[in-house]
Design a binder for this molecule. Structure first.
Ligand SMILES: [Zn+2]
Ligand SMILES: [Zn+2]
Length: 167
């Protein structure tokens, strides 16, 4: 767990510097939230993070969860994704320190998120940048569909590929 610990130490230092720069309080709550985020390997939403903090007997307010997430996104410790379509976008978060760039698969039925890395994506990015004289800094790629996990509820047919609103 050495690697995880040093990653967390780096993340804590970065958050500390960022809070200081923004003139925000360096409260224990914010660092507890950071710790929870860095203990996870999933793509969570703000509500899930809020509930996880309560389950760990570290109750923080929703407002604290939301604004701490914004700070973490701002200082590059957390990546924010907006999966879905215009009228039904879900914000999901994941830690970013120590992570490679990767693409996502989002299940439109159970909302599970999977990741994959493929070096060919980087090759496309480089080639397109060269061909169009464009300095590409990053990309995001999301595949939508249905996973084959047993726990994935099967839905009747008229699923148009949009994210379900009642999950
Ligand atoms: Zn699924
Ligand atoms: Zn991811």
């Amino acid at each position: 767990m050495q690697e995880t610990n040093s990653l967390l130490a780096t993340a804590r230092a970065k958050l500390e510097a960022s809070l200081l720069a923004k003139g925000l309080r360096r409260s224990g709550e914010r660092f507890a939230i950071l710790e929870e985020v860095y203990s996870r390997n999933d793509h969570f939403d703000a509500e899930e993070l809020f509930l996880a903090m309560h389950q760990k007997s570290y109750p923080v307010s929703r407002a604290t969860v939301y604004n701490t997430l914004e700070v973490l996104v701002d200082c590059g410790l957390v990546r924010k994704h907006r999966f879905g379509e215009e009228d039904n976008v879900k914000s999901r978060y994941e830690k970013s320190l120590g992570r490679q760039q990767h693409a996502h698969l989002v299940c439109t039925v159970c909302h599970k998120v999977k990741e994959f890395c493929d070096p060919r994506l980087h090759l496309i990015q480089t080639n397109v940048g060269n061909a169009l004289q464009f300095s590409v800094e990053s990309h995001s790629l999301v595949f939508y569909g249905q996973c084959t996990d047993e726990s994935c509820a099967t839905k009747p047919t008229d699923d148009t590929g949009k994210l379900d609103s009642n999950a």
